[in-house]
Design a protein around this ligand. Structure first.
Ligand code: GDP
Ligand code: MG
Length: 162
């Protein structure tokens, strides 16, 4: 069976954009307004001859209170069914309470994690991406899901842990 990679993170960090980048086509639904991605959509993906299943997550409402808790709950579900987790954070925003909530779930899961610091559209963003070391999940890979910058290095790291 193909290994399952769950793409998790709080709304609007660019999970679906990154999924599309990895797929090389636009299948995952990207929205400027967070919270509209359908729940847990799976796609067949491939990099460097390795096949895997990519699971995009989202679908929670973004307005109500208890947001961090609900994000963590959704992440927990996705993580439990995954072999490897691709955690996406927004390097232009930095670490938020919602990111931390997902990280706590990840720690408990003991699943391998690859950390993508997204929205690093140019070299200047690499400084912000490096601050993501503070999540304690190892090396943050700076990427621009929109432009493709850094995605090759991220995918190399991902298949190394599959
Ligand atoms: P999701 O909620 O985590 O799935 O995030 P989406 O993929 O729907 O993206 C949310 C917003 O961030 C959209 O407006 C995207 O165009 C934007 N976005 C995603 N990736 C990047 C990136 O690498 N750079 C920039 N500047 N914006 C991005
Ligand atoms: Mg999405």
């Amino acid at each position: 069976p193909r290994p399952v990679v769950a793409v998790v993170g709080r709304p609007n960090v660019g999970k679906s954009t990154l999924v599309n980048r990895i797929l090389g086509r636009r299948e995952a639904v990207v929205q400027d307004v967070p919270g509209v991605t359908r729940d847990r959509v799976s796609y067949d993906a491939e990099w460097s001859g390795r096949d895997f299943v990519l699971v995009d997550t989202g679908g929670w409402a973004s307005d109500a209170t208890g947001m961090a808790a609900r994000i963590a709950e959704q992440a927990e579900l996705a993580i439990s069914t995954a072999d490897v987790v691709l955690l996406v954070v927004d390097a232009t925003v930095g670490t938020t309470d919602e990111d931390e909530a997902v990280v706590r779930v990840l720690r408990r899961s003991n699943k391998p994690v690859v950390l993508a610091a997204n929205k690093v559209d140019d070299a200047r963003g690499e400084i912000e991406a490096a601050t993501m070391w503070n999540l304690g999940l190892g090396e943050p890979f700076p990427v621009s899901a929109i432009h493709g910058r850094g995605s090759g290095d991220l995918l190399d790291a991902l298949i190394a842990v599959l």
